[in-house]
Design a binder for this molecule. Structure first.
Ligand code: GCB
Length: 607
C-alpha cells in the first residue's frame, strides 16, 4: 500500500505542477478596487462563444474568429457580422449565484458569460495588477482586454491572476466564462445533495501592488509548544531576495525582523510570553503588522493550540466538547448562496442562539466572511473539501483537482484560529483506491499545516449478528486525528422508538464527532411523533438520539444535520419537500422547529 501511495504521488507531479498562480494571502486587509456590482451576461447553452463551429476552443487559436465572446468584438461598420453584444445584454449582480437572480436561470447548469468594464484612474506602470475572485462555481475562464489570463476549477475557493501586462488607465474589460455543468470526474462529482448554484458567487477585486509585495505568510503557535510562535513569509517580485521583513504585535510588545532567502522565503520562530489564548469562551485577536521595504499589511490573529489526547480534544490544553451544528452556505431568507458578512452574521447568530461553540461548514469551503466572523465570535470551525460520495478515485486529474482545492482553502484560512479541523471528505465508499486518495489528501494537508486536526465524515453500519450494535469499520479511521461519522438511525433505517437501545462500538482510542444525524420535518406540519415529516417526529428523533450518543465514551462533539432547510434537487416530495431538504432546525422562512429547542436544551445542560 505504501508503495502505491508513493507511486501515486510521483505520477501526480506533472499534473499538480500546472496549478494556478500563488494566492495573494489576506487580501481582506488590502485596499482593493471592487468589481462587484452589475455585470452583463450572455447565456451560452451551446457554448457558441467558447468553441468554433468545428468544436475547437476559440482561445486555442492564434486567430480566433469573430464568434469568440472574450474578444468583446464590435462591428466596425454596418456590414460586419458580429452575433453577440455584451453591452446590450441584461445584467446579473456579482457576487451572487445566477439561479436565485433570474427565474429562467433557476435550474440552469451550463455556460454563461459575464462582462464588466473598468478604469484604473490611478494606473501606474510601476505597479502590479492582480484580479482576484473569492469563488466562481464551477469552472472559470478569465480574459482581460481580449487575452486569456487563465482557468480555474473548483466552486468554493479563491484564485487570482496577474494582469499587469494587459491593463491600462481606461477602457479595460474583463470577461469570464463560467461553467457549472456537473461531471463525473470533477470535485464534487455528478451527485450531491445540494443546489448547484452557478456564477461568480463571491467578490471580485483588483489589487494594485508594488513590484515586490508580501504574497503569503503564516503566524501561529507551534504544534506542541504554546510558548513559541512559528510562521513563514513569502515575498513576490524582483526584490524578494535577501529582503528585510518586520513582524510586530504591539499589544505584546513584540517586534522582530528577519531576512528572506534568495527565493523570497523565510521561516521563523520566536518565544512568546503572557499570551491571552484565543478560545470559544474568549476569542482574543491580536493586531499584527507585517512590513517590508515595499509593502505593509496587517491582520487580526488569534493564537491557540488544538490537539488530541486519547479520546479528548484539547483546546489550549483543556478538554473541550464541541457543541456543533452543520450548515450549508445558503441564505434561505434571501434565497441563494450566502456570500456577505451580513449573511455570515445571520447564520452564525443562529448557531449562537442554539448554544453552539462549533460549526461544520458542509460540504465545501464557505466564503471568508464566515471564518473572519467565527474568529471574532469564538466559534470553532470544521472546514471540508468537497470530496463527496462517489468521486473518481483512480483518476489522477480528479485527485489533482481535489488536492488543489484543499490547498487553496488551507492557504486562505491558515491564520484563522477558529479553524481546528480540515475534513478530507464526506461519506465516501470504501475501496483501496479511495483509501489511497484520501490518505494522500491527509498527507498533503499535514505537510502544509501540521497544527490542525484531520478528519473526514465517515459512515457507520450495523454489526453482523447484533441487532442494536453499530460499528465504524474503515481503514481511513486510522489515518484521521478525529474519528467522525454520520449516522441516521431512525430516519434512513431503524425505528425512531428504538434509538435508545442502540449502542455504537468503536475500538479506537480517538475523539469521536458525530458529524451528522437528523430527520426531515416541514415547519408548521404537526402530527403525532411517529408521523414522518412532522415537527414532532424530528423532535422525538433528537430527544432519543442526543442522550444515546452521549453514552459513547469517546464522544467529543456532535454536529447534527442541519441548521436550516436547504435547496436540493434530490428532494422532490410534495407537499413536504418541494425542492428542499427539510432536515433543518430552522425553516426556509426563518422559523424554528421544535427540535431546535431540544438541541438548545441539550447544549444548555451539556458540561
Ligand atoms: C448525508 C449527507 C448530506 C445529506 C444528508 C441527508 O449523509 O452527508 O449531505 O444532505 O445525509 O439529508 O440525507
Amino acid at each position: 500500500m505504501i508503495k502505491q501511495i508513493l507511486s501515486f504521488s510521483f505520477l501526480l507531479f506533472s499534473i499538480v505542477a500546472n496549478a494556478n498562480e500563488p494566492l495573494i494571502h489576506n487580501n481582506f486587509s488590502r485596499e482593493g478596487i471592487s468589481l462587484n456590482g452589475k455585470w452583463h451576461y450572455i447565456v451560452d447553452v451551446y457554448e457558441t462563444g467558447y468553441y468554433n463551429y468545428r468544436r475547437k476552443p476559440h482561445d486555442d487559436s492564434e486567430n480566433p474568429g469573430a464568434g469568440a465572446f472574450y474578444l468583446n468584438k464590435k462591428p466596425k461598420d454596418k456590414m460586419e457580422l458580429v452575433e453577440y453584444n455584451f453591452d446590450l445584454a441584461p445584467t446579473l449582480l456579482v457576487p451572487g449565484d445566477w439561479n436565485s437572480q433570474k427565474e429562467k436561470l433557476f435550474y440552469y447548469e451550463g455556460s454563461l458569460w459575464y462582462k464588466k468594464s473598468f478604469d484604473l484612474p490611478d494606473y501606474n506602470p510601476e505597479k502590479r495588477y492582480f484580479l482576484h475572485f473569492g469563488a466562481v462555481n464551477y469552472r472559470a475562464d478569465v480574459y482581460v482586454n481580449g487575452k486569456k489570463l487563465g482557468m480555474h476549477k473548483g466552486g468554493f475557493t479563491p484564485f487570482n491572476f496577474e494582469m499587469s501586462h494587459l491593463v491600462k488607465q481606461k477602457d479595460n474589460f474583463v470577461i469570464v466564462r463560467v461553467d457549472n455543468k456537473r461531471a463525473a470526474d470533477e470535485v464534487p462529482t455528478l451527485n450531491t445533495d445540494w443546489w448547484n448554484y452557478g456564477g461568480i458567487t463571491r467578490d471580485v477585486t483588483i489589487y494594485e501592488l508594488n513590484k515586490t509585495f508580501i504574497q503569503d505568510y503564516s503566524l501561529q503557535l507551534a504544534k506542541d509548544n504554546a510558548g513559541i510562535m512559528t510562521g513563514y513569509f513569502q515575498l513576490d517580485g524582483a526584490g524578494k531576495s535577501n529582503s528585510k521583513v518586520n513582524v510586530s504585535i504591539p499589544e505584546l510588545k513584540i517586534e522582530k525582523s528577519f531576512t528572506t532567502d534568495e527565493n523570497g522565503y523565510l521561516k521563523f520562530q520566536f518565544p512568546v510570553k503572557k499570551l491571552k489564548f484565543w478560545s470559544d469562551k474568549s476569542p482574543k485577536l491580536y493586531h499584527v503588522e507585517f512590513s517590508t521595504e515595499d509593502d505593509q499589511l496587517s491582520d487580526e490573529i488569534g493564537f491557540r493550540t488544538i490537539a488530541t489526547k486519547g479520546s479528548d480534544i484539547l483546546l489550549n490544553g483543556e478538554v473541550v466538547f464541541l457543541k456543533g451544528i452543520c450548515m450549508h452556505e445558503e441564505n434561505v431568507m434571501r434565497g441563494g448562496r450566502a456570500h456577505s458578512m451580513e449573511d455570515a452574521q445571520m447564520l452564525l447568530n443562529w448557531t449562537k442562539e442554539l448554544g453552539c461553540n462549533f460549526v461544520r461548514l458542509a460540504h465545501y469551503p464557505h466564503n471568508e466572511n464566515m471564518l473572519r466572523l467565527a474568529d471574532k465570535m469564538g466559534i470553532l470551525v470544521w472546514e471540508e473539501n468537497p470530496v463527496y460520495w462517489t468521486i473518481q478515485w483512480e483518476n489522477l486529474e480528479t485527485y489533482a483537482n481535489a488536492e488543489n482545492q484543499l490547498k487553496e482553502v488551507i492557504s486562505r484560512d491558515k491564520n484563522r484560529a477558529s479553524v481546528i479541523i480540515w475534513s478530507m471528505a464526506n461519506e465516501t465508499p470504501q475501496t483501496d483506491a479511495r483509501f489511497v486518495f484520501l490518505s494522500n489528501l491527509a498527507k498533503t494537508a499535514r505537510s502544509i499545516d501540521n497544527t490542525r486536526l484531520i478528519s473526514a465524515a465517515l459512515e457507520d453500519h450495523g454489526k453482523k449478528g447484533e441487532q442494536n450494535t453499530m460499528i465504524v469499520e474503515d481503514k481511513f479511521a486510522e489515518v484521521v486525528d478525529v474519528l467522525s461519522f454520520n449516522q441516521y438511525y431512525g430516519w434512513y433505517g431503524g425505528e425512531v422508538d428504538n434509538i435508545k437501545n442502540i449502542r455504537w462500538e468503536v475500538d479506537l482510542d480517538k475523539p469521536i464527532i458525530i458529524s451528522e444525524f437528523g430527520a426531515g420535518a416541514l415547519q408548521g406540519f404537526h402530527a403525532d411523533s411517529l408521523t414522518r415529516w412532522s415537527e414532532e417526529f424530528q423532535e422525538l428523533l433528537y430527544k432519543e438520539t442526543l442522550p444515546t450518543l452521549d453514552k459513547i465514551p469517546q464522544l467529543s462533539g456532535i454536529t447534527p444535520w442541519i441548521l436550516a432547510d436547504f435547496r436540493s434537487p434530490r428532494r422532490m416530495l410534495i407537499p413536504y419537500q418541494d425542492g428542499w431538504n427539510r432536515k433543518g432546525l430552522i425553516s426556509e422562512t426563518g422559523n424554528r422547529k421544535k427540535a431546535f429547542y431540544t438541541l438548545q436544551e441539550f447544549y444548555r445542560n451539556k458540561k
